[in-house]
Design a protein around this ligand. Structure first.
Ligand code: MN
Length: 187
């Protein structure tokens, strides 16, 4: 981050939201920071309605180069549902400190998801020892105001325009380990 006059300027970081048809359909939030992808699994996906809480289960960091992967992983097909950049909200500009504290407010500049969001760590799952967070849209001009509208239903396809079926049917399994390395995967 650098400061220009009194205005703080943040450098944009890659963001992605995957749609993953594993044993159970879920979404995966990826925020690049410090050379890795901070990762949360969203069992119900995000909600654009301000104040509506969605569970976000903290996953291990993923490698940055996986961020744009779309294809068939051994756990099921993965769709690149949204992509763009993100930056911390000024109150969370110390990202490491915010993550440790368990409160991260951030801004998305995606093709689908935009505006300010809040991640709050709520507890640790007894079964998996994974941290459970709540993801919530802040009230801002990008929040959905119509109670019956849902972006997950209105825009179900990939940012490349593909359906999950297209992704499965168009997938050519890499032939060897080297090609797998090139066809980076995500989970
Ligand atoms: Mn997943």
């Amino acid at each position: 981050m650098k400061t220009e006059g009194s205005r703080r300027v943040f450098s944009a970081r890659p963001y992605a939201m995957k749609k993953h048809l594993a044993t159970r359909l879920h979404y995966d939030l990826r925020l690049e920071w410090n050379g890795v992808l901070l990762s949360w699994a969203l069992p119900e996906g995000p909600s654009c309605h301000a104040g509506l809480i969605r569970e976000a289960i903290e996953m291990k960091d993923h490698k940055s180069e996986y961020i744009l992967f779309e294809g068939v992983h051994k756990t099921g097909p993965i769709m690149l549902w949204d992509r763009g950049t993100w930056e911390p909200h000024p109150e969370s500009e110390d990202i490491g400190g915010s993550l440790r504290k368990g409160i991260l407010r951030f801004i998305l500049y995606g093709e689908k998801l935009k505006g300010t969001w809040l991640l709050t760590r709520v507890n640790t799952s007894k079964n998996t020892s994974r941290h459970v967070w709540n993801l919530c849209k802040d009230a801002d001009p990008f929040a959905e105001i119509h109670a019956d509208r849902c972006i997950l239903e209105e825009q179900p396809n990939s940012i490349t325009g593909k359906t999950m079926k297209d992704i499965v049917q168009g997938w050519i399994k890499p032939r060897d380990k080297d090609e797998w390395q090139l066809r980076l995967f995500d989970k």
